[in-house]
Design a protein around this ligand. Structure first.
Ligand SMILES: Cc1cc2nc3c(=O)[nH]c(=O)nc-3n(C[C@H](O)[C@H](O)[C@H](O)COP(=O)(O)O)c2cc1C
Length: 166
């Protein structure tokens, strides 16, 4: 006999584990763990990320209108847990972790250089869905480690040991 599901929260699985990096208008860099994210347009390529307004990163993305989606490999688990549990309001998380940070090519935001893939995005729209604001970002530039890029210019995801946080 079928039982009723009563907990509707986050029932779409699997969810990706990504790090969203961003910069304030004063040049402060930050990153947070995000699972509410996905592709939302094929042409033009767009990605949406869901950020809760109480996050320190929220104001940064609101202010600058740009963010970077960084894919996370299993060997970045500790960094992911830290960036997903501490706030940039209280400390410079990227510095505390000694993370390698680079500069966006098309957007004024930091790249997480330890990530296998980093996707630069410009916010073109957003919608307050409830707990999260979904920021729709147009993909402006994609960085990937050289050995991950195939002859045709696409990414060989089979070579990445993507983090499954829990
Ligand atoms: C596995 C995991 C997934 C998370 N997903 C989201 C998310 O989708 N959106 C969000 O706003 N916060 C999410 N968080 C929480 C933020 O990463 C966390 O509150 C972080 O400390 C915020 O950092 P900030 O205040 O420096 O922006 C997640 C945390 C974890 C551990």
């Amino acid at each position: 006999m079928e039982k009723n599901v009563t907990d509707f929260k986050s029932c779409l699985k699997p969810m990706p584990d990504i790090l969203v990096s961003c910069r304030s208008k004063d040049g402060e860099d930050n990153a947070l763990a995000v699972r509410y994210a996905g592709n939302c347009s094929y042409n033009p390529p767009m990605i949406m990320v869901g950020i809760v307004p109480s996050r320190h990163s929220y104001n940064m993305i609101k202010e600058t209108g740009v963010f970077v989606v960084n894919l996370v490999s299993e060997d970045q688990r500790e960094q992911y847990a830290y960036l997903g549990s501490r706030s940039g309001r209280d400390e410079d998380k990227l510095k505390a972790l000694g993370m390698n940070v680079g500069e966006g090519v098309k957007v004024n935001a930091p790249l997480l250089l330890d990530s296998p893939v980093s996707i630069e995005c410009k916010v073109v729209d957003s919608i307050m869905t409830g707990s999260h604001e979904m920021f729709v970002g147009k993909v402006e530039y994609v960085h990937a480690k050289e050995d991950l890029i195939k002859e045709n210019g696409s990414i060989d995801y089979s070579k990445i040991d993507l983090l499954k946080f829990r």
